[in-house]
Design a protein around this ligand. Sequence first.
Ligand code: GLP
Length: 272
Amino acid sequence: MIGAVPVTVVPLAEVVVVENESAAGELVARSIVALIAAKPDAVLGLATGLTALPIYRALARTLADNLVDVSRVRGFALDEYVGLPAGHPGSYRSVITREVVEPLGLTPTNVHVPDGDLAGIQTAALNYEQALLESGGVDVQILGIGRTGHLGFNEPGSSFGSITRIKTLTEKTRADNARFFDSPGDVPLHCITQGIRTILRARHLVVLAFGESKADAIAAAIEGPITASQPGSAIQFHPHVTVVVDEAAASKLANLAYYKHAWLHKPPWQGL
Ligand code: GLP
């Protein structure tokens, strides 16, 4: 161990270019199943958004095929909208139940989503931060990235020191997420999200992106200057990051040939 970092960890973002989303799902699912086998009460950091779905689908299959006991696995979602009625299909509580808890067979009470109900909004963020700390921390955090470069709902300008709090969504993010609502005006203005500092406390970050529309955000996150204007660039501070992308999302990376070379020659003992 070097401090809290196992020596098998490469202290830079490892970029893995996969053929398609289902290959990404298989790769990440295998690594999560190995984690659960070693730590049956592992804490999974759960992203919503379309990007994470192939991971959950592959994970559900792999867990079932290997008869893995997930009854003690815990989960924490990254974020939630503020003010949606309970049970709204677009709420991240609903998404996490539908796409993660049910297909993976997790114990519902082990899976937490920030509480976006207006009634308790003054205390919800700190309560969530506290629950995360008390869990012992996230073992593997699945992350998508927004076109604005956001992680969770940390929009450009979010402090790298931020913890779970209420944020205002950009109009670009509201427009991107309108596909999950009946009309664009229904997308809430506010959200509750883990902060950048909260996210960086996870022991392993797995950042996923597919398609050309994510190429700029991925290049800025991995190779751009570290700046609050690109929240994704905060991953450069983390000692254990795996970025899994398709060719289109990887297309603006200056060091792409090197990342491919490094992956091809990755020592077999290293794991993700
Ligand atoms: C959403 C979520 C993020 C997600 C990102 C990308 O707004 N809050 O957690 O990673 O934006 O979404 P998608 O994967 O659908 O492109």
